[in-house]
Design a protein around this ligand. Structure first.
Ligand SMILES: Nc1nc2c(ncn2[C@@H]2O[C@H](COP(=O)(O)OP(=O)(O)OP(=O)(O)O)[C@@H](O)[C@H]2O)c(=O)[nH]1
Ligand SMILES: [Zn+2]
Length: 189
């Protein structure tokens, strides 16, 4: 679990290292605020993918239209999430996650897909790994390999520092099962 006391202590140390006075009015509550923010924005670090799969495993049997081998597809588009890059601890923003799967006898509650995407974003991440984590969790819940996760996002480590390309966005595709080699399916994404 996240060690809140240690975070407070280290944030205070960073304030000192920056040459500021951690006891001045504007900063005295900052270590506590940052620790509380980290508890919120890094909540997903408390759980494994398997634990997240168990947490949001709310499925419904769906006989009609979801026969094995059919071309039925569920797509949830543009789920907005935030994350933090593991290289700079910098914010990833304007992140839009699109998830598609081919149901194999059961469907997952739609809001659970968004909850899974949110929770996976709440870790120190790479955009590519956000996609593979979401895919791994959905494959476990839905009992199928036919899952696609597409993410488009902006990395503040690229827009607000370093190379400073503020129009640059990154798009990643995580395609499994039939999404890997079925061009017709991919055109519907
Ligand atoms: N593949 C991938 N790279 C990322 C992601 N987030 C940040 N990065 C990149 O991680 C790389 C880290 O590169 P380094 O050379 O170690 O870091 P740096 O010296 O700060 O590099 P610059 O960003 O080029 O100034 C950078 O190119 C970042 O743009 C991500 O989600 N996926
Ligand atoms: Zn970064």
């Amino acid at each position: 679990m996240i060690d809140t006391d240690a975070i407070k202590e280290h944030i205070r140390g960073i304030l000192v290292a920056l040459g500021d006075d951690p006891d001045r009015e504007g900063l005295k509550e900052t270590p506590d605020r940052v620790a509380r923010m980290y508890e919120e924005v890094f909540e997903g670090m408390n759980y494994t993918n398997h634990e997240i799969a168990k947490m949001f495993n709310k499925t419904f049997n769906e006989d009609a239209g979801t026969a094995k081998g059919s071309d039925d597809m569920v797509i949830v588009r543009d789920i907005d999430i935030f994350s933090y890059c593991e290289h700079h601890l910098a914010l990833m923003y304007d992140m839009k996650v699109t998830v598609a799967y081919l149901p194999k006898g059961k469907v997952i509650g739609l809001s659970k897909i968004a909850r899974i995407a949110d929770m996976v974003g709440k870790r120190l991440q790479l955009q590519e790994r956000i996609g593979s984590d979401i895919a791994e969790i959905l494959k476990e819940i839905l009992d199928t390999e036919d899952v696609a996760v597409i993410i488009e996002g902006t990395h503040s480590c690229m827009t607000a520092r370093g190379i400073k390309k503020n129009q640059a966005t990154t798009k990643t595709y995580n395609l499994s099962g039939r999404f890997k080699d079925d061009v017709c399916l991919n055109m519907r994404l």
